[in-house]
Design a protein around this ligand. Structure first.
Ligand code: COS
Length: 389
């Protein structure tokens, strides 16, 4: 059983502790001993249904639209992602995408759009996706070129988006495009595009080292009603950044879940593997690795839950804190998982071993929703603002 002592930290209230305990019981029952086949699409569809039936997706939307809490609660999202990731990376993925994919609707959608999409996200009836990245605009969001032109009561979208999680299985996509009110970041707008809309197509499925539904999508004269716009024209960049501010802390939490699982696996191995007449854990080199792993997990947890608490309780913009949490937690989780894998020796790189799966699963987290290098830019910028202002 993973260390749960962090739940006593002052960042949490009794509601969070109950959520963590209930989710632990549910995950042990529904996820712990489940082997997924090779069909990631069906696995993810089934996981969304199961997470919906369990009531967990209700944490992805506000209470007025079928959610569990009045507004999105960062600490709950983090506890959910941490726990799900510890049990099953695809369950974490399925959960996270319901939140990230619908976040722009919760933040900026009209009442009509919220009523139409959010209850289905919460129940697991509809699968959501977030379409921001383009082949030439990943880290530099404001450089995107997919465009939308206003023609009467419609916008006409043209261009492509890539590395879109849930691409191919999503029922709707929150898409960010250039509408040209101003150059750069001030000329972007967000829209909801439903799968099946004429002119929208999945161009290519992308296979990655830790498989999950991922695709490149195309818009060819794709007509979207003005009513599907999320917020004001030209406000899309801020909607994207506000969405990322919430979910970046939850990426940190997912990395933390992977790292905790790696420590659990490493400890079990170190205390049972016999070598030179003693356990692996009796060697000081192993103990040094365990100390590093345990300390990096606690520092990641402190940064992650600080960011979440600041947003929930102080209502502050947490751009800097979420970036710090994401950077440290994902980078440290990679090291922790690598150390755990090393304890398994040759077994560690064998397909099907938990540490081998974690080793593949953690890698993308250092890239998506803002690569580590982008988090550094953000942290430095915010820190420099602090001394100049
Ligand atoms: N919340 C609200 N508003 C924000 C914001 C935030 N977190 N971050 C920036 N803004 C606002 C700024 O205040 C600015 O507003 P004004 O035009 O009114 O002054 C506007 O948005 C533009 O901001 P900025 O000048 O910082 O834009 P940049 O193009 O320089 O942004 C970064 C650079 C690196 C911060 C941004 O492109 C980014 O986060 N990139 C990573 C994107 C990412 O995560 N990609 C992965 C895709 S999802 S898998």
């Amino acid at each position: 059983m993973s260390d749960r002592s962090f739940l006593d930290w002052p960042f949490f209230d009794d509601g969070h502790r109950k959520l963590a305990a209930d989710l632990e019981t549910w995950s042990a029952d529904k996820l712990a001993h489940v082997e997924h086949g090779d069909d990631v699409d069906n696995t993810c569809r089934a996981l969304v249904k199961s997470l919906g039936a369990g009531g967990w997706l209700r944490y992805c939307v506000p209470a007025a639209y079928g959610g569990a809490l009045e507004k999105l609660d960062s600490r709950s999202l983090c506890l959910l992602r941490e726990t799900l990731a510890r049990y099953d990376g695809l369950a974490d993925f399925a959960f996270a995408m319901q939140g990230l994919g619908s976040g722009a609707i919760s933040i900026a959608g009209s009442e009509e759009l919220r009523r139409r999409f959010l209850p289905k996200v919460a129940s697991g009836e509809a699968i959501a996706a977030f379409a921001l990245s383009e082949p030439e605009a990943g880290s530099d969001v404001a450089a995107m070129s997919t465009s939308a032109e206003l023609c009467g009561d419609h916008y006409v979208l043209n261009g492509e988006k890539t590395w879109i999680s849930n691409g191919g299985i999503a029922d709707f996509y929150c898409v960010f495009v250039r509408t040209g009110e101003a150059p750069g970041a001030r000329g972007l707008t967000a829209f909801v595009v439903e799968a099946g809309t004429a002119g929208f197509e999945v161009a290519e499925r992308i296979d990655v080292i830790a498989p999950h539904p991922l695709a490149r999508i195309l818009f060819k004269d794709c007509k979207i009603p003005v009513a599907n716009r999320l917020g004001a024209g030209g406000g899309g960049f801020k909607v994207a950044m506000q969405t990322l501010d919430i979910f970046r802390a939850s990426v940190a939490a997912a990395a933390l879940g992977f790292a905790r699982r790696a420590l659990d696996e490493g400890l079990a191995r170190a205390t049972s593997r016999k070598m030179f007449g003693q356990n692996l854990a009796d060697f000081q080199l192993t103990q040094a690795a365990i100390a590093d792993m345990a300390t990096s997990i606690d520092s990641s947890a402190l940064l992650t839950y600080r960011a979440a608490w600041l947003r929930d309780v102080k209502g502050e913009r947490t751009t800097r804190e979420a970036a710090m949490a994401k950077m440290v937690s994902t980078e440290e989780a990679q090291k922790t998982i690598d150390r755990a894998l090393q304890m398994f020796g040759g077994l560690g790189v064998t397909r099907g071993e938990t540490v081998e799966r974690l080793y593949r699963e953690i890698r993308a987290l250092r890239i998506y929703e803002g690569a580590t290098e982008v988090q550094k830019l953000i942290i430095a910028r915010e820190t420099l603002k602090g001394i100049s202002g």
